[in-house]
Design a protein around this ligand. Sequence first.
Ligand code: GH3
Ligand code: MG
Ligand code: MG
Ligand code: MG
Length: 313
Amino acid sequence: FQHPTDASELATRIDSMLRERDIQAYRVLIVDDDLILAEHYRLVLTAAGMRAEILDAPTLIIERVASFRPELILLDVNLSGYSGPDLASVIRYHDEWVGLPIVYLSAETDLDRQIDALSRGADDFLVKPISDTQLVAVVKVRARRFRQLAELMYLDSLTGLYKHGPIKDELRAELGRARRNQASLTAAMIDIDHFKQVNDTYGHAQGDRVIKALAYLLKQRLRQSDRIGRYGGEEFLVIMSACDAEEARRALDDIRLRFSALQFHHEGKVFNCTLSAGVADNAVLDDEPQALLAAADEALYAAKRSGRDRVVL
Ligand code: GH3
Ligand code: MG
Ligand code: MG
Ligand code: MG
């Protein structure tokens, strides 16, 4: 990583990331106990430019959906020992995946059984055998529509980060997962220092560029598995899984330094910005998201009170 001299370059990179989102491969999860057939579908979808994975252990469906984040699920109806419609119900039970398309792909030709399966929360029923072209067409159309809706629902349009509500949902889900795996999890609240002055001195558009530059640094420096949200105007919530507060503090302090080194150019003038952050992990707190948020928030205010441009644990 090179410290760029012009920070507006980073803001531009966020814009291209937002544009490139549309051309990223759609993620499709194939749930089928016929592995030869499943592999055939996987190859067909991959050849059409999608990213497809096969799940042959239905008990792991929740974990897999959470980690792979499919944009469509192709679901068999009769799985050895499991029922596809039961799996569909399990997915529908999770509010955070509302709208995720579930398409059955089954040899079941009995109309009543098809309708019954659909009534469990799925979107469509395709009957095997199906042509490769039809499969690709159906999957692409539905995955594209889901991605468009999901972006509107969950992502902030300025930065591409999670919106306020969705990042809190992520926190709840990640806390649950951390508890089950007895893993550590850290929440960090980040707030840009004296941001009102930036707006007042250099204008709102320049302020937006500062927000985007920080969003880019966070995306670039944090792990793929970390969740980043724009909690409020110039306030960010970061969820770092498998990471305790001390590790998180080091990573955030690095981000703090990089951010303060950025030079923003405005009408011949150069200015810098700093950030403050508060960090708390799930080690001593109970597993309530609110408790973790309150602790991170309190640490953030301690950082502000003690002079800003610092990370407090
Ligand atoms: P502190 O160091 O205590 O955090 O001071 P501050 O000035 O950063 O804090 P304050 O919360 O008072 O100001 C935040 C400002 O952020 C106020 C608001 O006008 C501005 N803001 C909120 N959302 C946006 C946005 O999307 N774009 C821009 N440019 N400014 C925003
Ligand atoms: Mg089967
Ligand atoms: Mg601020
Ligand atoms: Mg603020």
